[in-house]
Design a protein around this ligand. Sequence first.
Ligand code: AMP
Ligand code: ZN
Length: 137
Amino acid sequence: MSCIFCRIVAGEVPAEVVAREPEVVAFLDVQPLADGHVLVVPRAHVAQLEDLEPAAADALFRAVVHLAGPVREALGAAGTTIGVNNGEATGQTVPHVHVHIVPRWPGDGAGSIHTIFPRRTKRTLPDVGAAIRARLE
Ligand code: AMP
Ligand code: ZN
């Protein structure tokens, strides 16, 4: 088993685990962006969010919702930035789905998710909306 998160889930690699549930494990990021930076992972090895089974997706999001308040309160934070690098092109370095929960404080020097993007759009909203709706049909 070469996946580092599978090995953490299996207990083969040490991690600061904060929650173990039937479908999900949560542990502290070893290179935290801030104190209390938590990673929430499905037990099943799946590389991208869209490949999660529905039950695993439900359990993952439920765990994120369940953890967000306690993580924020434990660190005395004002909020949390919650995000997923979904695919290698986005900067995902571990190909096992993981949700980052990062505590935030006023003036902590970090931006919102809007600060990631240079806003280089080319298409109109109706054009893009129609393209996505067509894929959902
Ligand atoms: P991403 O760039 O979204 O794939 O994030 C992967 C995260 O996993 C990074 O923030 C790493 O610091 C973290 N990470 C990598 N290896 C470990 C590990 N053994 N224990 C905890 N976190 C890890
Ligand atoms: Zn894995």
